[in-house]
Each structure stands twice: as C-alpha cells, then as structure tokens.
Design a protein around this ligand. Sequence first.
Ligand SMILES: Cc1cc2nc3c(=O)[nH]c(=O)nc-3n(C[C@H](O)[C@H](O)[C@H](O)COP(=O)(O)O)c2cc1C
Length: 137
Amino acid sequence: MAKITEEMMDVIKKTRGFAIATATKDGMPNVVPIHFTDIISDDEIMLVDIFMKKTIENIKNNPVVAISVWDWDAKPTRKGYQFKGEARIETSGELYEKGIKMVHEKKPKLTPKAVIIIKVKSIFILTPGPDAGRQVI
Ligand SMILES: Cc1cc2nc3c(=O)[nH]c(=O)nc-3n(C[C@H](O)[C@H](O)[C@H](O)COP(=O)(O)O)c2cc1C
C-alpha cells in the first residue's frame, strides 16, 4: 500500500494547489491546477469537481491519474512529491457532502458537481537533487 507520510503531508499543506494530470484513452495528456482538495486517508486524496471538463471526461474513460504538489519555500531546495493512482467519481454520499461543505465554507456561491477520490498506488520524489524522480513506494 502506498502510504502518505507526515513529511508528505507537510508539503501537501504548503502547496499552492494540486496539479492533476489525466489522459484520454489514446494518451492525449491534460493537466490542471485544483484548489479544493483533502487527504481523506493515508492513501486517498480527494479533489472537488466544480469546473472540470476534460479532466472529468478523461477520468471516466481512463482512471489513471498523477498529482504533483510542491513546497516552494522549503530550504535549502524546494520540495515536492508526485502521487499516481486510480480515480473514481462520487456524486453522493459522505465524501461528496464533505467536498460540498469544504467549498461552501469558502465560496458559498459555487456549485460542486462531484468529488474525485484518488487511491494512491505509487509515490515519487520531485525534490531537486540526486533523488529527483525516485520512487518511494
Ligand atoms: C488556481 C486554480 C484553482 C482551481 N481550483 C479548482 C478546483 O478546486 N476545482 C475545479 O473543478 N476546478 C478548479 N480550477 C479550474 C481547473 O484548473 C480547470 O480550469 C478545469 O478543470 C477545466 O479544465 P479541464 O477541461 O482541462 O478539466 C482551478 C483553476 C485554477 C487556475
């Protein structure tokens, strides 16, 4: 199981957004920044779909995704992680309600459509240096 550690959580808390990469079934890539996010267990990441178009279509057809997060202020170098896994879409239930609440607390006028739950399967280091690109799990 790919476990999100405390060290990774620290970077996640400091990232300015999550970059999520998806692809069509025939490999056309798409990457977008997402603000409304949560870590719901030690191997699950939640993103809230408010405006997704290509992203959600890609996930429906090809659930494999990659996410990058980074701490721009980490010293002496920047620090980052990449999470790869399988995404599923939920449009009702506890997690969906949680996602809606998260958005409405900050932006009551927005209308979330779904939550995307990513089961993390592998984790890579992005931090510049000799370990960049190395798989952790
Ligand atoms: C800084 C920033 C934060 C964003 N946060 C979200 C978000 O939390 N949820 C969302 O659905 N879209 C968010 N968007 C919009 C998406 O990045 C993107 O525009 C949307 O998914 C449509 O692109 P697509 O057709 O490639 O999916 C955000 C955009 C920016 C620039």
